[in-house]
Design a protein around this ligand. Structure first.
Ligand code: ADP
Length: 520
């Protein structure tokens, strides 16, 4: 069967070979084996269902959350001579009805539908009478509450599948799924774990970098000036921030556009269009921009603010370099970003369990901003993949500063956490180490601890950053939700016993100036 798939690949798409994972997914589907396909962005997920769609007798339903993507895909398929259509809210009621009627008569090989349609009983009744050979679920992580983009209407998919008398094959595809999300997808769709095909998350052409302790506006302006004619995206966390950056960069003479959900549909469409067709090189946007955008030559993605989770970060950053050429993924970190993300979690309508999980993900995102390990490996490890030693080209791999032995400082912090009985958060631990004499410290008698003031040569800011480093390297753990407490980890015990040394590039950072330094 895979031979016919090969012929279809050449005939309709003009490609000679399957990419990693595609043949495996396609041959499983052709044998009617339900499959979860996890491939990096740009890995070629669409072909995994488009080719079986061509070879199956019935129609293939593609469930996709993105209206813009549907139109692009359908246009591209039409160009290749494949009958496809989409049904979503961009159509009038009559148009939708007509397309559905034609689909029922077998006029199309592929029909793209928005998940919200699955909540319309009439629509479902028509679907179940159709000869459906394959149901492809794009952005399948949206079905899981543990994913970063849960869509309640995805939950209607299992009941749709149960309605068909001849059960169609199922293909669930995503680029971002942690092991927990993958298991959830399998469980909800009743797919065996054996049916999971993972091609790996690594994108070797992406050069990751985290910028800390630098003025963000200055960095961004310099970076954009240096890369003037390169297409890129600058993500910011709020609409207000997008507007501010847009004004500032425009005033500096840079040709930027903006995109966020507060703009009119027309404004958004024209920014998107201008960016896609290279009339505009840089787009400043919130995360409302990008899902399903198929622009292959994005040379950089700068995050002006830290996103909430590694999944969200990797998905957004991953919009760079889909053509496989070298591209930058830069994250500008500032401690305020943490406050903002915590605020978003607090304000959300998630229940407590989900909020806890979200705080945990946020901690891992913060860890990314402070780790000294290879950034690519950090991300891969998050997704449960065994990462190679180092990518050799991220900001951390290229940081050639010597590693310093900071074991003694680490022991000071860890023993302080222990003395404080793992009941306090980062701020209090920092204050105790710095020997601060504020009311709270005194009223809890924390000034009587033997570790009180043992790092008073350091500023609180530096101690704080050092604790972040120890957390990122898993010598400490944050426990609890909005106000987490610091606790020791399995690794820290070895450090306290003197069995493991801690190394850090550079010193804990400049120590507080001595009186002499300050004078001269
Ligand atoms: P994603 O996994 O992000 O959904 P797409 O399906 O959009 O990726 O594919 C990304 C790009 O790779 C597209 O331009 C597609 O035409 C191209 N592509 C997919 N499969 C192959 C292949 N076997 N050979 C060459 N190019 C391919």
């Amino acid at each position: 069967m895979i031979d016919t798939a090969h012929q279809a690949l050449k005939k309709y798409f003009g490609y000679d070979q399957f990419r990693k994972g595609q043949d495996q997914i396609i041959s499983r589907l052709l044998e009617h084996k339900d499959t979860v396909g996890i491939m990096p962005t740009g890995g070629g997920k669409s072909l995994c269902y488009q080719i079986p769609a061509l070879l199956f007798p019935g129609v293939t339903l593609v469930i996709s959350p993105l209206i813009s993507l549907m139109k692009d895909q359908v246009d591209a398929l039409a160009n290749a001579g494949i009958a496809a259509t989409y049904i979503n809210s961009s159509l009038t009621f009559e148009e939708g009805k007509e397309r559905l009627a034609s689909a029922s008569k077998g006029a199309y090989k592929l029909v793209y539908i928005a998940p919200e349609r699955l909540e319309v009983p009439d629509f479902i009744r028509t679907l179940e009478r159709m000869n459906v050979s394959l149901v492809a679920i794009d952005e399948a992580h949206c079905i899981s509450q543990w994913g970063h983009d849960f869509r309640p209407s995805y939950r209607a998919i299992p009941s749709l599948l149960a309605r068909f008398t001849d059960k169609p094959a199922v293909a669930a595809l995503t680029a971002t799924a942690t092991p927990k999300v993958t298991m959830d997808i399998c469980q909800l769709l009743d797919i065996d774990m054996q049916g999971v095909v993972v091609t790996g998350f690594a994108r070797d052409n992406l050069h990751f970098q985290v910028i800390r302790d630098q003025d963000e506006d200055t960095f961004l302006l310099d970076y954009l000036k240096k890369n003037q004619d390169q297409p890129g995206i600058v993500y910011a966390a709020t609409r207000k921030e997008v507007d501010r950056l847009y004004d500032r960069l425009s005033r500096k003479g840079l040709a930027v556009g903006r995109y966020h959900a507060g703009l009119s549909e027309q404004e958004r469409a024209s920014s998107q269009e201008a960016f896609l067709y290279d009339d505009l090189t840089v787009l400043v946007a919130t995360n409302a921009f990008g899902m399903g955008i198929n622009k292959s030559n994005v040379r950089f993605v700068v995050h002006y603010n830290m996103p909430r989770t590694i999944e969200a970060y990797y998905q957004e950053a991953g919009r760079a370099g889909r053509d496989g050429d070298r591209s930058d993924c830069i994250l500008l970190f500032s401690p305020q970003d943490i406050r903002l993300q915590k605020f978003f979690i607090d304000q959300s309508e998630m229940d407590d369990g989900l909020k806890q999980a979200e705080y945990h993900k946020l901690d891992q995102m913060i860890g990314y901003c402070h780790t000294e390990m290879c950034l690519q490996s950090y991300i891969l490890r998050y997704f449960g993949e065994n990462a190679p030693e180092g990518c050799g080209h991220c900001g951390n791999c290229l940081d050639t500063r010597d590693k310093m032995d900071v074991t003694i400082d680490a022991q000071k912090v860890l023993s302080c956490v222990k003395r404080m009985r793992e009941r306090y958060g980062k701020t209090m631990v920092t204050k105790v180490l710095a020997g601060a004499a504020d009311q709270k410290i005194l009223s809890f008698h924390l000034n009587r601890l033997p570790t009180y003031g043992i790092m008073k040569a350091q500023t609180q800011k530096n101690i704080n950053a050092f604790i972040d480093f120890l957390t990122a390297e898993q010598y400490l753990e944050q426990q609890g939700g909005a106000y987490p407490t610091l606790a020791l980890s399995a690794r820290s015990v070895a450090v306290l016993k003197g069995e493991e040394k801690v190394f850090k590039k550079g010193r804990i950072q400049a120590e507080r100036l001595s009186v002499d330094d300050a004078l001269f």
